[in-house]
Design a protein around this ligand. Structure first.
Ligand code: N01
Length: 595
């Protein structure tokens, strides 16, 4: 799928065998209308949608099958940790929704992957996907108005349009701990988990990281390992997952009312079929708050986020009411007060990605589990058979890095396309992830990033978000083809107005004030700012407003030659190009103030 990871590279992280050989470059270049990088949730839909539009599409993915993040993240305990099934799914086909049975509310990784495999079969996707193929170089040819890609298998392709569906959470973060190369035991990253079974039985295991992946895997590893040492840098808030089987009645009801459910998803800021409400924590009495928090804790899932109060992420005082409740719960569950102290989170609740847990807190009551607080007892170095912290040595045979991702922007930066004038994305994104509409980048014509910086991405139901973004991209392509245009490109003015809009929304909340992967604080040297567009509903309104205004904020280029458009569409396009309208003129972008 994504470009190859470039961090320290223990053998378990290497891409599939065969991709490391120096490839023989083919002189032959295959031409397509669109090249898509990534065959995960977004890339799969890109292929389906654009093919339905009559375009020729080629998809590349480094994995050996579809699934993207669900193909890689197969660590023990991996489950959907959002509002869950049956609403974490594609919505483009009613038949697909009605024929697929989900077993649980928080589906296991294997269940989500089985669904995606079914989608690939049902819509015959694999015939246009090249697996085990890493895209190694991506370049814009200004005269031909084409993107060319070179792959690890030596093949080359060109296309007028490039869709980067490389994943917001796919560039694994592999911190360079002192002596990590000396460690002689098994090492795994949760986001690059092997396909062969991994046995923890009888082993002394260390897990570094207590984000979603750590908190999901720690209880499962602890059940099997001889001993588990949890190395925690930041204590986290985590809520009961409340996973349970979906009843046949619930499935029947969701299918019967699918039209209404979809409408509700489209109207919700996060893309889930949840009601919106106007309750605020500060208007409630302490007793009312306690009763609501307790009932949501009992139900579990994302209820704490969706059904509590809507001032939690904007008011410090409101935030504290929820944070204190969760801290009390942790103290009630964890028996050893010293361990409970170390587990106390001290940031604003919900301002790191909310985590759903399945027995995480109870795991610290087990005799075979030790918690190390890295803030007071940091890692000094790894030896062949231990991890040494300031106060002692922890013998281990296996290390699990649940250290997350260079999120949102990292996979694009590892791809590092070269745009107009030979400028690399790394150069363009040195200080900030400049973008317009979270989809396009000035200097990178005809390139679209799905779930990238400046979009709701990870704050939105991701399959639905991909469908909506790609629906818009498909319309852009149609617009260009119908008018025989060669290129569309965001202006730098549009980017800076979009950046201001994104920042203004974020700065009205507590999110930018917490160190998180949302703010880039987990990766040394990364531009530190909150890069997501928080209001999903407003975002999709903005996309359609921009389109309705003739793609305001973009400039268009006429096709230079027959090679840039589709020759078969040229006669109709020629009719249209006589009246290109205001969309082809350079415009200053509309700045809309956030709601
Ligand atoms: O990654 P994370 P993740 N030394 O960045 C720690 C999605 N997801 O893989 O908080 C020591 O959240 C880091 O510490 P700190 C979901 O959106 C979805 O767990 O930076 N520790 C943190 O504790 C999620 O939010 C699902 O101080 C270091 C941990 O490693 C996102 O992916 C399942 C360190 C990383 O936590 C990422 O989750 C899982 C260092 N040098 C994940 N570097 C499903 O829905 C990092 N850490 C299936």
């Amino acid at each position: 799928m994504q470009p190859k990871d470039q961090g320290p590279s223990p053998s378990s992280f290497l891409p599939p065998a065969g991709t490391e050989r120096p490839p023989r470059r083919s002189e032959e270049v295959e031409n397509f209308d669109v090249v898509v990088i990534g065959a995960g949730v977004s890339g799969m839909y890109a292929l389906h949608h654009l093919r339905e539009m009559g375009l020729s599409v080629r998809v590349y993915d480094g994995a050996s099958d579809v699934g993207g993040t669900w193909w890689y993240n197969r660590y023990p305990g991996a489950r959907v940790d959002g509002p869950g099934s049956p609403f974490y799914c594609y919505t483009f086909s009613d038949e697909l929704m009605k024929e697929w049975d989900w077993a649980e509310t928080q589906s296991e990784q294997s269940a989500v992957l089985a669904y995606l495999e079914h989608v690939a079969d049902r819509f015959d996707l694999r015939r246009d996907i090249e697996f085990e193929t890493w895209v190694e170089a991506v370049r814009y040819d200004e005269s031909a108005q084409h993107w060319t890609v070179e792959t690890s298998t030596g093949k080359r392709a060109s296309a007028q349009f490039l869709i980067c569906a490389v994943g917001a959470l796919s560039a694994a973060n592999l911190p360079d701990f002192p002596g990590i190369g000396d460690f002689a035991g098994e090492t795994y990253h949760t986001g690059r988990w092997p396909h062969e079974p991994v046995s923890f039985a009888g082993k002394r295991v260390a897990v570094i990281g207590t984000g979603s992946s750590g908190i999901q895997s720690i209880p499962e590893i602890a059940k099997e390992a001889a001993h588990l040492t949890v190395l925690q840098r930041t204590a986290q808030f985590a809520f009961p997952a409340g996973n349970r089987p979906l009843t046949p009645e619930e499935t029947k009801e969701a299918r019967a009312s699918w039209g209404a459910v979809k409408a509700k998803m489209l109207a919700n800021p996060g893309g889930f079929p949840a009601d919106t409400h106007t309750r605020t924590a500060l208007a409630a009495t302490p007793e009312e708050r306690e009763a609501l928090y307790e009932s949501l804790w009992q139900i579990g899932s994302f209820k704490f986020l969706l059904d509590s109060y809507n001032d939690i992420v904007v008011s410090e005082e409101a935030n504290k009411t929820m944070a204190d409740f969760v801290r009390r719960k942790i103290r009630e569950i964890v028996r050893d007060p010293g361990t409970a102290d170390k587990l106390m989170p001290d940031h604003f609740v919900m301002t790191k990605r909310p985590i759903l847990e399945n027995g995480y807190w109870e795991t610290f009551n087990r005799d075979n589990v030790t918690l190390v607080d890295l803030r007071e007892d940091p890692i000094e170095r790894f030896t062949p058979n231990s991890v040494r912290t300031r106060t002692g040595e922890h013998p281990i045979e296996m290390l699990v890095l649940a250290t997350g991702f260079d999120a949102i922007s990292g996979s694009m930066l590892r791809l590092d396309p070269t745009g107009r004038g030979g400028v690399h994305l790394k150069e363009r994104w040195k200080d900030r992830f400049h973008n317009y509409l979270g989809l396009t980048i000035a200097g990178f014509p005809n390139l679209f990033v799905i779930h990238g910086p400046g979009s709701p991405g990870v704050f939105y139901n991701m399959p639905l978000g991909a469908e909506r973004q790609l629906g818009w991209v498909g319309d852009v392509i149609r617009h260009l083809r119908d008018r025989s245009l060669g290129a569309i490109e965001a202006t730098e003015d549009s980017e800076s107005a979009w950046g201001n809009e994104t920042d203004a929304i974020a700065n009205a909340t507590l999110f930018p004030r917490t160190d998180s992967w949302w703010t880039g604080a987990n990766i040394e040297g990364k531009p530190r700012y909150f890069s997501a567009y928080l209001l999903g509903t407003l975002y999709y309104q903005r996309l359609s407003d921009v389109a309705n205004a003739g793609y305001e904020g973009f400039v268009f280029e006429p096709a230079h030659s027959a090679g840039s458009g589709s020759a078969s569409r040229r006669s109709r396009a020629l009719d249209n190009c006589l009246d290109l309208g205001p969309a082809t003129r350079r415009r200053s972008p509309k700045t809309s103030s956030p709601e």
